[in-house]
Structures are given as structure tokens and as C-alpha cells.
Design a protein around this ligand. Structure first.
Ligand SMILES: [Zn+2]
Length: 233
């Protein structure tokens, strides 16, 4: 039965090959997600190995962190937007895992990005998680975890408010709402540890800041950040 299934899968791949996740036009390179052109052209930040990089500059002074870096630059209409769209809305959690592996390897090869003790993904609201079936940031974190061989904890931080209801609020109450949208459920596993907080996109940084502030209330906690795409402002 297993052989028949594998044969059927191979046939499907032959007639309906998956397209490159970045351009959605060409065939990807063997065992990869990107075609050759995209692989060469993707806007990698190449800043994981650079302390005081652009992302760190953007969040500096808002909360205490050790290191922070993004894998890509994210701009409306660029190839990274295609990748994130596939990851979030096309039921392809594996993309997150593969991107996490890429990030993990870059940390391993870096002298400037210390290997953290554990990983925490930014959680989705329960309703959204059920709707999507997975949390893209958790998938990204799992990829990093597999390369660095460190644990990932999904149930330490919880999203409590639904951001949708924000539209009717003024700026101040919106900010308050974001700051209170995360709750720490149990911090025994994270006290005194170096936590790598992971998320898909960083735009203003308000989400990350809210989660980071809550985590940093834990005793002697150190924090670093790993982001898939840093949005251009
Ligand atoms: Zn491509």
C-alpha cells in the first residue's frame, strides 16, 4: 500500500509539479522551494551576523534584547510577500519549517548570534489558529529548533484579545489593547533562560514588543528575536 501511495505521489509531482514559492511561475530546483532565479534574487537581509543591524535599530530602546534579526526584507508586491502568503493562507505549514531551518543554519554559522536555550513562537488567537489549522510562527520556530537542537514551547504565552475589535478604538486604547493582548501562563521553564521569540512579519514591532514586555517580567530572562520578514516602513 505504501509503495502504491508513493508511486501515486510521484505521478502527481510529475504532472502537477509544485511551483517556486517565491515567483509562483517557475519550477523549483530539485528538493528546494525556490527556482534558481528566485534563489539568487531573494531579498535576504544577510544581517543575522551583524550586531546593531537594521532590525535592532528599529526596536532599540523599546525593550531589552540580546540580538534580533530578520531573514528577508518584506515589501508589498515582492517575492517574500508571495512566500508569506503561501505560508499563511494556502495551507503550507512546511514552508515555515523550511524557512526556520534556513534561519537556524545561519545562527549556527554565526559568531555574533548566540544559540538560545529555547524558542517561543508568537501565538495566534485560538479562533484564528483553529481556522488556519496551524500557527505559521510555530512552524518557523520548529524549523529553527530542529537545527539548533533546542526545545520549543508553545504553551507559555497566550494570545488573549482578538485584534479585530481594534478598529473602533482611538490610538491610545489601541496601544493599550495590543500591550495587554498576551498573557504568560507559566514561567517556570523560562526563568533565567535565553529565549528566542519568533514571528513571521515585523512591521511596527508593536506585537513583538507586547509579547517581549510580558516575557521580560520573568526573572533573569534574556531575549532574542528571529523574524521571517522585516517590513519596509
Ligand atoms: Zn521563482
Amino acid at each position: 500500500m505504501k509503495i502504491i501511495l508513493e508511486y501515486a505521489e510521484a505521478l502527481i509531482e510529475l504532472f502537477f509539479p509544485r511551483l517556486c514559492i517565491a515567483c509562483l511561475v517557475k519550477n523549483p530546483l530539485r528538493d528546494q522551494m525556490y527556482c534558481l532565479q528566485c534563489k539568487l534574487e531573494l531579498p535576504y537581509t544577510d544581517q543575522i551576523d551583524i550586531p546593531d543591524n537594521e532590525l535592532e535599530f528599529r526596536i532599540f530602546g523599546r525593550f531589552k534584547f540580546e540580538r534580533a534579526a530578520a531573514l528577508f526584507r518584506f515589501r508589498k508586491g515582492n517575492k517574500v510577500q508571495n512566500i508569506i502568503h503561501q505560508l499563511k493562507y494556502k495551507n503550507r505549514p512546511h514552508i515555515g519549517f523550511e524557512l526556520g531551518k534556513e534561519f537556524g543554519k545561519k545562527i549556527l554559522n554565526s559568531k555574533e548570534f548566540p544559540i538560545p536555550d529555547l524558542i517561543i513562537p508568537i501565538p495566534l488567537h485560538k479562533k484564528k489558529q483553529i481556522q488556519r489549522g496551524y500557527n505559521q510562527s510555530h512552524e518557523f520556530g520548529k524549523g529553527i529548533s530542529s537545527v539548533l537542537n533546542i526545545p520549543i514551547y508553545e504553551n507559555i504565552i497566550k494570545k488573549v484579545s482578538d485584534n479585530k475589535s481594534q478598529t473602533k478604538m482611538n490610538r491610545i486604547s489601541r496601544l493599550e489593547n495590543v500591550m495587554n493582548s498576551y498573557q504568560i501562563k507559566d514561567d517556570t521553564k523560562i526563568k533565567g533562560k535565553h529565549v528566542l521569540l519568533v514571528d513571521d512579519i515585523l512591521t511596527t514591532g508593536a506585537t513583538i514588543e507586547a509579547a517581549a514586555q510580558k516575557l521580560l517580567k520573568s526573572q533573569d530572562l534574556k531575549l532574542s528575536l528571529a523574524i521571517i520578514g522585516m517590513a519596509e516602513l
